[in-house]
Design a protein around this ligand. Structure first.
Ligand code: XIL
Length: 444
C-alpha cells in the first residue's frame, strides 16, 4: 500500500471498523493536538526527514549565521570544503582542515552530514585538470578511496559523482576529462566509495533534473542499469537550482527514481526571488513529503547574502530575517506527509518487518509489512518502539499488548501463517510522533 500525503492537522477521524486502506485512501486523519514544530529541522523530523543547509567553514564565526544554522537545520553539507581541490590540492597530499570543521559543526548540532562531492568535472585541483587516461582514472579512484576512508562512518550520504550528464536533449554523458577515461568511471567510483565507507549512502547528484526530461531520463537509465547489475548506488540527489517556475512533473520525477529502489534527496535547493519564490519552495517541499523515499531537503546556503547566486534565492534575507519562502516551507513541513520506511534486518532467519507512516502534527497511521524468511512462519510478533509522547489508539489485523514504549503486535487468526517469503500487512493508529526506529519481527 502506498501511503498518501496527509491533508493536514486537526482533521476529524471517523473510524469504526475501518481498515488501513480505507483510512489512507480516504485521506482522513486523526485529531492532532500537538503544536506545530517551529523550526525547519524539527518539523521535517516529524516525518523522519532532515532539513539541511550548505554551510561554509569561513562563515562559522558569524554569530547571526550560526544562530540560524543551529536553530533551524538538522543536516549540513560543506559548500566547498570536501571538493577535490580542497581535499587534495597536490596529488597525494590530503588536507581535511575545513572539511573537518564542517563535520565537527554538524556533529556538535547532532545533525546529519552530507558529503559533497567526491568526483566532479569542476573544482578539480590543477594537477588533476591536466591529467588524462589511466593516470587520471587511478588518481580519481584513489581520491575517492582516501577521502571516503578519512570520513568513514561519519557521513550520512556522499555525492560520489556530481553533474556527469550533459544538458540539452541527448540524455548522454557530459564530456570531461573523467568521462574520457571510460564510460565506467562512475561505477568504478561508486564501488570504491562503498569499499571505503560501507555505512554511507552513495548518491549520484545533478542539476536540471527538475522534472521528467531528457537529462533526468539519462540518469534514470543509468540508475536502473546500476541496480540491475549490482553497482552500489543508494540515492539520487536533485540539486534543484530553480528559477521563476517549476516543472509540473517535479514530484513524478522524484517518484520514478524512488520506484527504482533508491532514496531521493533535494540537495541544493535555491529559487530565484521575484515571481513565485514562496510557492515554488512550498511545491518542492510538498513533493518531497509526498514521496516516501525522499529523505530530506538541503538549501544551498542560509541567508541571501551567503548564496552563490545574486538573485536572493534563499529562506533568510541578508539580515537573517525569515522570508515568506521560509514560512511557506515550514507550513508545508508541518502539514505532514508520508514517512520514509524503515526495515529491520532479518532476525534469526524468521521474519522481517518494515513500517510506512502517514504522519501529521499530532498523530499518524502506521502500516507494517511482515515478511517471512526462507522458511514458512506459523505465528509472528512485531515489536515497535515508540518515542516518548507516542501512544497507539487502535490496531487492525493484529492485536497489541500495551500502547506506549515498546509495543508488541501479534498476528490474528487469519494472518499468522505465512509461506516462505510470504507477506502480510497490519496497521495501527497513534497520537504523538510515529515510530522512527525499525520494527523487529520474531516468529511465535
Ligand atoms: C558552488 C558553491 O556554492 C560556490 O561557492 C563555488 O564557488 C562554486 O560551487 N552545483 C554544485 C555545487 O554541486 O557544488 C555548487 O556550489 C553549485 C552548483
Amino acid at each position: 500500500m502506498t501511503p498518501r500525503s496527509n491533508p493536514g492537522p486537526r482533521r476529524v477521524l471517523v473510524l469504526s471498523a475501518a481498515t488501513a486502506s480505507m483510512v489512507i485512501a480516504a485521506g482522513i486523519a486523526a485529531v492532532g493536538t500537538a503544536e506545530a514544530a517551529s523550526t525547519l529541522g524539527a518539523s521535517a523530523a516529524q516525518t523522519g526527514r532532515y532539513f539541511g543547509a550548505a554551510i561554509a567553514a569561513g562563515r562559522l564565526g558569524d554569530s547571526t549565521y550560526t544562530r540560524i544554522l543551529t536553530t533551524e537545520f538538522n543536516s549540513v553539507t560543506p559548500e566547498n570544503e570536501m571538493k577535490w581541490d580542497a581535499t587534495e590540492p597536490s596529488q597525494g597530499n590530503f588536507t581535511y582542515g575545513n572539511g573537518d570543521r564542517i563535520l565537527n559543526q554538524g556533529n556538535a548540532m547532532g545533525a546529519k552530514v552530507r558529503g559533497h562531492a567526491l568526483l566532479w568535472h569542476a573544482q578539480q585541483p590543477g594537477w588533476a585538470q591536466g591529467m588524462s587516461g589511466t593516470a587520471l582514472r587511478n588518481a580519481a579512484i584513489n581520491h575517492v578511496t582516501q577521502v571516503a576512508t578519512h570520513y568513514r562512518g561519519k557521513i550520512y550520504a556522499w555525492d560520489v559523482v556530481n553533474e556527469a550528464f550533459a544538458d540539452g536533449g541527448g540524455g548522454g554523458r557530459r564530456d570531461s576529462n573523467l568521462q574520457r577515461t571510460g564510460n565506467d568511471w562512475i561505477e568504478a567510483a561508486f564501488r570504491a566509495a562503498r569499499a571505503a565507507d560501507p555505512a554511507a549512502k552513495l548518491c549520484y547528484n545533478d542539476y536540471n533534473t527538475d522534472g521528467v526530461n531528457a537529462k533526468s531520463t539519462g540518469i534514470y537509465n543509468m540508475v536502473r542499469d546500476f541496480k540491475s547489475r549490482g553497482v552500489p548506488i543508494d540515492c539520487v540527489g536533485f540539486q534543484s537550482h530553480l528559477g521563476t517556475g517549476i516543472d509540473s512533473t517535479y514530484q513524478a520525477n522524484l517518484q520514478r527514481f524512488a520506484d527504482l529502489g533508491v532514496d531521493v534527496q533535494i540537495t541544493e535547493l535555491d529559487v530565484q526571488q521575484g515571481g513565485n519564490q514562496a510557492n515554488i519552495y512550498s511545491t518542492v517541499t510538498k513533493a518531497c513529503l509526498a514521496v516516501t523515499r525522499c529523505t530530506g531537503i538541503t538549501v544551498w546556503g542560509i541567508r541571501d547574502t551567503d548564496s552563490w547566486r545574486s538573485d536572493n534565492p534563499l529562506l533568510f534575507d541578508g539580515s537573517g530575517n525569515k522570508k515568506a519562502a521560509y514560512t511557506s516551507v515550514l507550513n508545508a513541513l508541518n502539514a505532514g506527509g508520508t514517512m520514509p520506511p524503515t526495515t529491520s534486518p532479518p532476525s534469526s532467519g524468521g521474519c522481517t518487518a518494515s513500517v510506512s507512516l502517514n504522519a501529521w502534527t499530532g498523530g499518524y497511521v502506521a502500516t507494517v509489512r511482515v515478511t517471512a524468511g526462507s522458511t514458512a512462519v506459523n505465528g509472528w510478533t512485531v515489536a515497535v518502539s515508540l518515542p516518548s509522547g507516542s501512544a497507539v489508539t487502535n490496531a487492525w489485523s493484529a492485536t497489541n499488548a500495551g500502547t506506549t514504549g515498546t509495543v508488541n503486535f501479534r498476528n490474528v487468526d487469519y494472518n499468522g501463517q505465512l509461506a516462505a517469503g510470504g507477506t502480510t500487512e497490519f496497521g495501527f493508529q497513534g497520537t504523538g510522533p510515529g515510530p522512527s526506529a525499525a520494527p523487529v519481527c520474531r516468529v511465535g
